[in-house]
Write a protein that binds this ligand. Structure first.
Ligand SMILES: [Ca+2]
Ligand SMILES: [Ca+2]
Ligand SMILES: [Ca+2]
Ligand SMILES: [Ca+2]
Length: 462
């Protein structure tokens, strides 16, 4: 049931606890979220797999307050708050998700609710956790193998071949927006500055100028802590690292370079220093969906280097809303060395067509020992082991670089390739971009029979 970021730790730095219970800022005219509860995010037992005493519940449509109340009384439950995002409303759902508090055990209470005809679904509010860490150098030094191609200098046939696309003049476009659903990203990092989105429609003035339910979401929103500060220091290292793989600045003689040199990254932070919940993940997914539709952004994908745990109908529905808006959901296959044909990993394993599930390979083209795989449930392999990218320094204020490994690191290589493709094919649908990514995969022995394409990412012709 545990949800984790798919980064392998060298020094196992576990950072965890609950987050979805923070008070979210709400615009009274257009509430995305209402909340009647505010607990410290740091009070959870580090071993907890969900927020204690809390459930996410969807009643059958049109059920009146008395019938809802009767159902909740059966579990001693109270209505804590309602999650009703702009994306849900766009999708025709005017009722949203009810967050319920119960004195009963969460699993028991969810089971009891699910048996009631009044309840469409009921789930624990799962907690996402992650591990992180490690350190060193970059592209010219031979360290950035995931960007190399057969004909680049340095070369590595098992890299993403992105360097060959650059050589052809394809370095992306700032008009392409990629959502990074993760921790926050250090937007002042020397190799990311200017690549992280600034919201032109909602300046910081205490007013929700763009009416999306989030006041002054100037650099997107922190769904973990309920504020507009999406970078909170060194604990946002993982989000900074994956962002750098997608779009660290190229050609500036500094640090690393992303697959797509020119891109706009929207950092939808749902993992705080203490983890994140299903509730926060849904809000982050829906935020991006609404942003694309509200402003007509070119946003071909979100990048999702996290997962694990149980099936959530709520999360699947949010991914479905993203799909309906032509947003690919690029997802890490996970790090448990599992065959996902027999054990499903979420969110990579949801059946939604807009998901691209990514396995990790190392610089010798091997399927990484930790990487999950699946002939039908994983789509493609990409560089995931010993990947250098951007991170904050220990004090959280200076720019640094580090090597991480995991399907967490493979995923943003694919997300960056999506961005590169969308820059030259701005009218392409999500299905067309997915077909291009999968269709160009290079057959790879270690991936044969282990994923849909049996191959690895090749961005050389994007
Ligand atoms: Ca706003
Ligand atoms: Ca404002
Ligand atoms: Ca924050
Ligand atoms: Ca650079």
């Amino acid at each position: 049931m545990r949800k984790v970021l798919f980064t392998l730790s060298v020094a196992s730095l576990a950072i965890m606890a609950s987050c979805g219970v923070d008070t979210l800022s709400v615009d009274a005219r257009n509430p995305a979220v209402t909340t009647a509860d505010s607990r410290s995010p740091d009070t959870l037992d580090p071993a907890a797999v969900f927020v204690p005493g809390e459930l996410l519940v969807k009643f059958v449509p049109g059920l009146g307050p008395e019938a809802r109340g009767a159902a909740l009384r059966a579990i001693g439950g109270t209505h804590a708050r309602t999650i009703l995002t702009a994306a849900m409303k766009r999708a025709g759902d005017g009722e949203g998700i009810v967050v319920v508090h119960t004195p009963m055990g969460v699993t028991e209470a969810a089971g009891a609710l699910r048996r009631m005809p009044e309840v469409a679904y009921a789930e624990p509010n799962y907690i996402y956790r992650h591990q992180a860490v490690s350190n060193d150098t970059y592209f010219m030094s031979g360290s950035l193998w995931g960007m190399y191609g057969n004909a680049s200098t340095p070369a590595n046939q098992f890299g993403s071949q992105a360097a060959e696309a650059w050589a052809a003049g394809h370095t992306g476009s700032r008009t392409v927006h990629i959502g990074v659903i993760d921790e926050g990203a250090m937007f002042a990092h020397e190799d990311l500055a200017g690549q992280i989105w600034t919201n032109p429609w909602d300046p910081v003035d205490g007013i929700d100028n763009d009416g999306n339910g989030y006041v002054d979401d100037i650099h997107s929103w922190d769904f973990a802590n309920g504020d507009n500060g999406t970078y909170d220091g060194v604990s946002d290292d993982h989000g900074t690292h994956v962002s750098g793989t997608i779009g660290a600045i190229g050609g500036n003689a500094k640090g690393v370079v992303g697959v797509c040199w020119n891109v706009t990254i929207i950092s939808a932070k749902f993992l705080g220093s203490n983890g994140g919940t299903t509730e926060a993940a849904i809000l982050a997914v829906d935020y991006l969906t609404d942003l694309k539709l509200r402003h007509g952004l070119l946003m071909p994908a979100s990048s999702n280097s996290w997962g694990g745990g149980a099936f959530s109908q709520f999360l699947q529905d949010a991914i479905g809303r993203a799909g309906a808006a032509d947003i690919l959901f690029v997802a890490a296959a996970g790090n448990e060395s599992l065959d996902l044909e027999t054990t499903i990993s979420y969110p990579a394993g949801y059946p939604n067509e807009n998901i691209i599930a990514v396995a990790a390979i190392d610089s010798a083209g091997n399927l990484a020992s930790y990487s999950n795989y699946g002939a039908n449930r994983v789509d493609i392999g990409a560089p995931g082991s010993a990947v250098y990218s951007t991170v904050p320094s220990r004090n959280g204020r200076s720019s640094s670089y580090a090597s991480y490994s995991g399907t967490s690191m493979a995923t943003p290589h694919v997300s960056g390739a999506v961005a590169l493709y969308a820059a030259t094919h701005p009218a392409a649908t999500a299905a067309q971009i997915k077909a291009a990514i999968l269709g160009s995969a290079i057959p790879t022995a270690s991936l044969s029979g282990k994923c849909v394409t049996g191959g690895r990412l090749d961005a050389s012709l994007f």
